[in-house]
Design a protein around this ligand. Structure first.
Ligand SMILES: Cc1cc2nc3c(=O)[nH]c(=O)nc-3n(C[C@H](O)[C@H](O)[C@H](O)COP(=O)(O)OP(=O)(O)OC[C@H]3O[C@@H](n4cnc5c(N)ncnc54)[C@H](O)[C@@H]3O)c2cc1C
Length: 595
């Protein structure tokens, strides 16, 4: 194909991180251009794939994103939860749950997802955690290529680890890269509250981990984050911004991809819908890569007619295959345990707010620039303490007195008024620590379906439908309750606090039934949904993509994002998605360089 460069659309228009929003005449012009590759979704994975494929200067790449450009809110680390419910959030809600989220409006759980360049890496909590070695060794039954030793090289490839001097000797660089695009930071300053949490966890038997992504995972420590000089490093800022001068990459924002267009079982292009409802088709000579995430990648495949029963509302001429698209949905849910201590520390006084913003604007330092004091995490195994694979992960979230943004956040989740009001009341004169006790390997699985009334996703999360999951959560909650008896918590005056939940009021607080009730009513999610386009062996009828991430039964179509995970990893999911994107890009390069 002859590739001529249109200066209006070259990726230089990203300027900082800005993609171009096409006008109708741009679209007509571009729709007549055939690209080598089209990537759907400039999110966590899509931005990485766009970078790696455009390294081949004779390939032309079109990256399409439904959302717009990053905002101030997406760039300031400690404001990340303030993005919930804004224009940069898809704002999904699950179907009503039977066993979970019972204290939320209509028993629906809220699922934020990034609708912006960088996708969910632009609105997430920035924790850089890779999971357990065993996770990947289990995936190696699909192909040895996915075993830990192999994927470690891809984790390292994207990473640029920044270490403060005093930590240099504590980190084994065998596990880390220093030349990648993604700045990963280990904040060496330990906040006094973080120190209390580390001390309390060690009293309960946890080892201190200097490196949660190193040799061992079980223990307690501070997480690494994707922050650089006090600013978020989304995959947009890390992987797109530095290559804005590459002329073979076009990045378009506010373009919604509706479906894949096939000819003779071969993916040929994508049909898109613009903000003004205009539609157009872009074509690709080599491949289409779906990186629209766990919810929307399956939706696009379902709308394209590849799902179970060929899916109802598909044009008659579309091909029908019956792949198990949308199944195998897994997520990390948590039950919260609350601690309180009376405190006069006032973070919300006007004077303090001015000081904090001024410090951030002038120096990019201070409370807005990092996730401290929320950075401690711990991994435990609740049945066998010497195990190397955890079943519970704990996050520790701190609310200073009168911390109004937590209240906003509960509001956006549609938690009940009763809970919301009692949290505000308690938070007036108390610092609150929320221990999010998260289940790492849920047996309950959900499904993403196509809602034919609006052509959007229908999320059947099915949380806690397998009773083993509740049992594991309860063991985790009991562990978190033991923190109250530690010297570290006693010295700090931290006391367990149970919020009144009507359905649980009459239960004995020491009973499993009470803990079950709390877990089912105050369920939260770490927002780690994965697995809806499962990777599997060729003859595995429960899988959608093969070990090279190609969609089965068709040609020139791949999925590269969180949806391909066969089983959820035992840790946060962003770093694994970036690894998957690095690896998937190499598969594409190897396949097409040969031709
Ligand atoms: C609030 C929150 C906090 C989190 N915190 C952490 C954390 O601290 N650490 C961690 O490891 N993980 C965290 N996660 C999870 C992690 O961020 C995600 O698992 C990961 O980013 C998913 O990457 P992805 O590429 O699969 O999808 P995404 O990053 O969501 O990318 C999908 C992209 O496709 C675009 N898109 C979707 N549909 C279309 C369409 N039809 N047409 C065009 N474009 C489309 C989207 O707008 C988006 O840009 C968090 C998630 C959330 C929501």
């Amino acid at each position: 194909m002859s590739w001529s460069c249109d200066p209006h659309f070259v990726s230089t228009v990203i300027q900082e991180y800005a993609g171009a929003e096409p006008t109708p005449s741009d679209i007509m012009k571009m729709a007549n251009t055939t690209y080598d590759f089209i990537i759907v979704g400039a999110g966590t994975a899509g931005a990485v794939v766009a970078n790696r494929l455009s390294e081949e200067s004779n390939w032309s790449i079109l990256l399409l994103e439904a959302g717009g450009n990053p905002t101030l809110g997406t760039e300031i680390p400690s404001l990340y939860m303030n993005n919930y419910g804004t224009d940069v959030d898809w704002n999904f809600r699950t179907d009503s749950q039977e066993n979970a989220c019972l204290n939320y409006k209509d028993q629906k759980c809220y699922w934020p997802r990034g609708k912006v360049l960088g996708g969910t890496s632009s609105i997430n909590g920035m924790f850089y955690v890779r999971g357990n070695k065993q996770d990947y060794d289990d995936w190696s039954s699909i192909s040895p290529d996915w075993g830990y030793d192999s994927v470690l090289e891809y984790f390292k490839k994207s990473e640029k680890l920044e270490l403060k001097d005093r930590y240099k000797n504590d980190i084994d660089m065998k596990y880390h890269g220093t030349d990648g695009y993604l700045n990963v930071e280990y904040d060496s300053n330990i906040h006094p509250i973080e120190q209390i949490l580390i001390n309390a966890n060690t009293e309960l038997g946890s080892n201190i981990l200097d490196d949660i992504n190193g040799d061992a995972q079980i223990g307690v420590g501070k997480a690494f984050t994707i922050v650089k000089n006090g600013q978020r490093q989304s995959t947009s800022s890390a992987f797109l911004k530095p290559i804005k001068d590459r002329h073979n990459l076009h990045v378009l924002t506010n373009v919604y991809v509706d479906k894949i267009v096939f000819e003779n079982f071969t993916a040929k292009g994508v049909k898109v819908i613009l903000k003004n409802k205009l539609s157009a088709t872009f074509t690709a000579d080599k491949e289409i890569i779906l990186s629209a995430g766990t919810i929307n990648s399956p939706v696009i495949l379902l709308k394209s007619g590849l799902g179970p029963n060929g899916n109802n509302n598909i044009d008659k001429e579309q091909i029908k295959f019956g792949l198990p698209i949308g199944e195998n949905l897994q997520d990390h849910i948590y039950a919260p345990i609350f601690y309180k201590v009376r405190s006069v520390e006032e973070s919300n006084s006007l004077e303090n707010i001015f000081k904090v913003y001024y410090q951030y604007i002038t120096e990019q330092k201070g409370p807005l620039s990092s996730l401290s004091p929320h950075m401690v995490i711990s991994f435990i195994n609740t049945t066998y303490s010497k195990s190397v694979t955890p079943d519970i992960q704990n996050h520790f979230i701190v609310a200073y007195p009168n911390q109004s943004n937590f209240v906003d956040i509960f509001g956006k989740h549609h938690l009940s008024r009763q809970f919301y009001n009692s949290f505000v009341e308690l938070n007036k004169e108390n610092l609150i620590i929320m221990v999010f006790v998260a289940l790492l390997r849920p047996k309950s699985k959900g499904v993403i379906e196509l809602n034919t009334s609006n052509n959007m996703a229908r999320i059947k999360a099915n949380y806690l439908i397998n009773s083993d999951d509740l049992d594991t959560l309860i063991r985790g909650m009991k562990h978190a309750i033991k923190l109250e008896k530690t010297d570290a918590f006693k010295k700090a005056g931290l006391k367990l606090h149970w919020f009144e939940i009507d359905a649980c009021t009459n239960l004995d607080k020491k009973s499993d039934d009470f803990l079950k009730c709390i877990a089912m009513h105050l369920t939260g999610t770490l927002y780690h949904a994965v697995g809806t386009n499962k990777m599997g062996l060729k003859d595995d009828s429960s899988s959608v993509v093969d070990e090279r991430l190609k969609v089965k039964f068709v040609r020139n179509l791949r999925v590269i994002d969180a949806s391909i995970m066969p089983d959820i990893v035992r840790g946060n999911t962003m770093a694994p998605v970036i690894m998957i994107a690095e690896k998937g890009s190499d598969y594409i390069k190897n396949d097409w360089r040969k031709k």
